[in-house]
Design a protein around this ligand. Structure first.
Ligand code: ATP
Ligand code: MG
Length: 406
């Protein structure tokens, strides 16, 4: 057992692929065996599961490591130009072909080509790929002389190619040629025991990179993360951890923080009171929010600096409001000293998508309304969360005509 653990650790380090689950161990052993060879490999796995990482590990640990590693996203190249992109073309091959052009295969000569989303290539191009696989040669578009290259092919797909073959959209011969060595990258929910390892690694790396403090996750927090579905796999987990570590700067990340950042749907009912506002956050939204919050912090810092420069540092809220630059919306965020956002903190309640279209007054109204709803119209708590004098809050409620909806 000790020996096995050791071996797993060293393979993880060697390939930069983390995980102790059986699925990852099998994958690491296969990579170890096939990386040094020239054999072509098919990598199967859901989106975000780590296919590209596996492909690059295969290249880095081959005799080709000092030669190019060329990544081609077959799904992103329009069908009309894919052959010229892959195999190059001769001058005059088609309108606009003003000179000879190298294709990806030629650029990868001596190295490895990674054909990502190979299932997306048109059938006629698949025939040509089969020829490269079998004979190592191809015809550039508009040329009658075939060209030979020494390229190792690694392909990946997040589609089930077997089904594509049945449906007639993927060539059977190409599939059989490719699938001899298939590396299956397990989805994250099929290897939940790896989630804690990955979460800690991503959080630590992120903290070091951004020079922020990260004190770890509570056991409960790790448990919640390991029970989540992660449809976007490791990429989703990584983005999730990074935005959280940056926004929560400092303390130990606890269960309620994880819930606050996760989709409310996956939250057990007994914890729902922590989430009066449903946070349907996709990774994109989380990223936008992150940028927005950084912007808020920056503006708040500027406002504070201006304030400090002004005569009489002891400015009261009422005085602050007289300042044109000052806006309560800029005050809702956790401070830079790493003070924990309370479970009901206000940081996540503004919708970044809306902001560009609103006036400052509308944003303020929205912010106050949502905060009030969040705290069930408890004015004292709302004022505290908004760092606003209670008296001011009453005035604003009146001014904006905010009423409690039943
Ligand atoms: N086992 C792992 N250990 C550490 N980091 C990983 C692991 N697997 C994936 N990652 C990281 O997760 C992110 C997503 O991985 P990658 O881009 O390889 O996924 P993919 O399967 O190619 O995704 P897509 O299908 O969307 O192209 C990358 O930042 C990668 O470094
Ligand atoms: Mg990829």
């Amino acid at each position: 057992m000790y020996f096995e653990d050791n071996r797993n650790d060293s393979l993880q380090k060697k390939f930069g692929i983390l995980g102790k689950s059986a699925g990852v161990q099998t994958m690491l052993e296969t990579i170890e065996q096939v990386a040094p060879t020239d054999i072509s490999v098919l990598i199967a796995g859901e989106s975000g599961s780590g296919k590209e990482l596996v492909a690059s590990a295969l290249h880095k640990h081959s005799r080709r490591s000092h030669k190019p590693f060329v990544i081609v996203n077959c799904g992103a190249i329009p069908a009309g130009i894919i052959e010229s992109e892959l195999f190059g073309h001769k001058k005059g091959a088609f309108t606009g072909a003003q000179s000879d052009r190298k294709g990806y295969f030629q650029s990868a000569d001596g190295g490895t080509i990674f054909l990502d989303e190979i299932g997306e290539t048109p059938l006629e191009t698949q025939v040509k790929l089969l020829r490269v696989l079998e004979q190592g040669e191809f015809l550039p578009v508009g040329s009658s002389a075939s060209m030979k290259v020494d390229v190792r092919i690694v392909a990946a797909s997040n589609r089930n190619l077997e089904k594509e073959v049945e449906a007639g959209t993927f060539r059977k011969d190409l599939f059989y040629r490719l699938k001899a060595i298939t590396l299956t990258v397990p989805s994250l929910r099929d290897r939940r025991e790896d989630i804690a390892i990955l979460a800690n690694k991503f959080a630590n790396d992120c903290a070091i990179r951004n020079q922020i403090l990260f004190k770890g996750f509570s056991d409960g927090a790790l448990k919640v993360m390991s029970q989540h579905r992660w449809p976007g796999n490791i990429r989703e987990l990584k983005n999730f951890i990074e935005s959280m570590v940056i926004l929560e700067k400092g303390g130990v990340i606890k269960t309620e923080v994880i819930y606050r950042y996760l989709n409310a749907e996956s939250t057990p009912t007994e914890l729902n009171p922590l989430l009066p506002v449903k946070l349907d956050r996709s990774v994109d939204q989380a990223e936008r929010e992150l940028i927005l919050q950084q912007l808020f912090m920056l503006r708040r810092e500027i406002a504070e600096m201006k304030e400090m420069m002004a005569v009489g540092i002891n400015t009261s809220s009422a005085e602050k409001e007289g300042n044109e630059e000052y806006h309560p919306a800029l005050e809702v965020l956790p401070d830079d000293q790493g003070h924990e956002i309370e479970p009901n903190g206000t940081a996540a309640i503004l919708n970044p998508q809306m902001l560009g279209t609103l006036t400052a007054a509308q944003v303020e109204r929205e912010l106050i309304t949502r905060s009030l709803e969040r705290f069930n119209f408890n004015k004292r708590k709302t004022a505290k969360a908004l760092q606003m004098a209670e008296r001011t809050l009453y005035r604003k409620i009146k001014e904006y005509d905010i009423v409690k909806e039943s």
